[in-house]
Design a protein around this ligand. Structure first.
Ligand code: GLY
Length: 487
């Protein structure tokens, strides 16, 4: 099955079971200042889970554009180093808003995986929440009981809160969850004698997470029960494609083939070993998708918040481009391959092709200027140090280059190695830690205005705005409610 067939099969399966197919929301959660990016399929339904927004359906299914780079769910540093991690990825999901709960969620997942995808039943495992005294939750025997209809007891595993309790962020909907893993065989594993489900390696691969949404976590940490227990699930399209296509990594699937081919064309390097250059190819492939989708959904490179993550992603890709010998702008060309690869599901990317490529190209040119400028500054400073007889590049200089000019630390390390100098990494790390702590303190959300409580209440009663501007320029309307101005 090609990725596009998996996506379709998933949506069709749930549509046949009474779910409405809902379009992916933007990867930028424009109305949720508590989140950096849309990090899961449930984000667009957050207010529905909380009972603040009514929808004309109780069951939904989506293929959602997601980004995990920064914030609670952050995979940025792992990208390129593993076969599975991504910043941007697609999450397939089915949702119940106070309709079905654990029993059907387990049944649907089992039927889809074994019936539609044809995964071997004897290779599947399920995990359940083992309970948590601090949360006043017992072991999830209910979910365990449903799994016992399909799986022997030794393939139903109990995991603690850190693995089997899912939350979208520090606040908001959350609940215990049940994960489905597939044993890909020892050849995909780490070879350690204690390798078993839960191991970080690729042998027991987590395919799908079924979240039993039961709580709304308050800023104080208190878990308030949701109006109705609900279901939120998430299955990674890229990894599911890798398993069904029997390839060792997500980057070997048809989803990534156009980007891999384009990277080979522009760099002359063909992906396919396990060396450092392959890490660079994977980083570029991943980040080209992130950049295209983020810009397509309205982000622009900047020095803070979402724009800063976008800038980091683009610059990281360019830095890896240099490892492949690419000194000219190239990422905008890889982004065009992303647009073609995603044409079926996300035609809006190609529609905005000129805009997206122009933004990337501009950032590429800026970064190349930064590198030229930073290199000159660094060379002058190094000469001064050498004249003074010093053998160490101070952490404060590396931090200034990085923080003020966005100059990457590994270029400094490379230069130091060539000149037989040392790098004050502890000093640099200390300044970085201090800066991280400060940005954490200053992050006050994305800057969008939070939806006011008054509006939430009205919207929960089913009151919605009706746009009349296409038919007339004036309308009579009644005031339903008025709120006193804040003094
Ligand atoms: N919302 C479920 C997940 O992201 O795993």
């Amino acid at each position: 099955m090609k990725a596009r067939e998996i996506r379709k099969a998933f949506l069709d399966f749930f549509q046949d079971r009474g779910h409405t197919i809902v379009k992916s929301s933007s990867v930028i959660p424009h109305d949720d200042p508590s989140l950096l990016f849309t990090n899961a399929g449930m984000v667009q339904f957050k207010r529905t889970f909380l009972g603040e927004e009514r929808r004309p359906y109780h069951r939904a299914t989506t293929s959602q554009k997601c980004m995990r780079a920064g914030g609670k769910h952050n995979d940025l540093e792992n990208v390129g180093r593993t076969a599975r991690h991504h910043t941007f990825f697609e999450m397939l999901g089915n949702f119940s808003f106070g309709d079905y709960f654990k029993k059907e969620a387990v049944e649907y997942a089992w039927d889809f995986l074994t019936g539609v995808m044809g995964f071997p039943k004897d290779k599947l495992y399920a995990t359940i929440h083992e309970g948590d005294v601090g949360m006043n939750l017992g072991p999830d025997d209910e979910a365990g009981g449903y799994w016992a209809r399909y799986l022997p007891a030794d393939r139903i595993l109990h995991f603690p809160t850190k693995d089997n309790f899912w939350a979208m962020g520090d606040t908001g909907p959350c609940g215990p969850c049940s994960e489905i893993l597939i044993d890909q065989g020892p050849e995909m594993g780490c070879g350690r004698p204690d390798c078993r489900p839960g191991c970080d390696c690729d042998r027991y691969l987590e395919l799908w997470n079924l979240v039993f949404m039961q709580f709304n976590r308050q800023a104080s940490g208190v878990l308030e029960p949701l109006p109705k227990p609900s279901i939120d699930t998430g299955m990674g399209l890229e990894r599911t494609a890798a398993v069904i296509q029997k390839v060792p990594s997500n980057y070997d699937t048809d989803l990534f083939a156009p980007m891999m081919a384009k990277i080979a064309e522009v760099s002359g390097y063909h992906y396919g070993g396990n060396g450092e250059k392959d890490v660079s190819v994977k980083v570029i492939a991943d980040h080209s998708r992130a950049a295209a989708f983020l810009i397509g959904d309205g982000a622009l490179p900047s020095n803070e918040g979402r724009g800063y993550v976008l800038r980091r992603v683009i610059r990281r890709a360019l830095r890896h481009g240099r490892f492949l010998g690419l000194h000219r702008p190239f990422l905008n060309e890889i982004a065009v391959a992303v647009m073609h690869a995603m044409e079926d599901a996300y035609p809006e990317l190609l529609e905005n092709r000129n805009y997206i490529t122009r933004v990337i190209l501009h950032e590429e040119e800026r970064f190349n200027d930064t590198l030229d400028f930073g290199l000159k500054l660094l060379q002058n400073e190094i000469k001064r140090l050498q004249d003074d007889g010093s053998k160490t590049i101070p952490g404060s200089l590396i931090f200034k280059l990085y923080d003020t000019f966005g100059f990457p630390i590994d270029i400094v390390t490379d230069m130091a190695r060539d000149l037989a100098l040392m790098v004050d990494e502890p000093g640099f790390n200390e300044l970085m830690d201090r800066q991280r702590e400060q940005s954490r303190m200053f992050w006050k959300g994305s800057g969008e205005r939070e939806i006011s409580e008054a509006y939430r209440q009205l919207s929960a009663q089913g009151v919605a705005t009706v746009f009349r501007g296409y038919e007339s320029l004036e309308v009579d309307s009644s005031i339903i409610q008025a709120f006193p101005p804040v003094r």
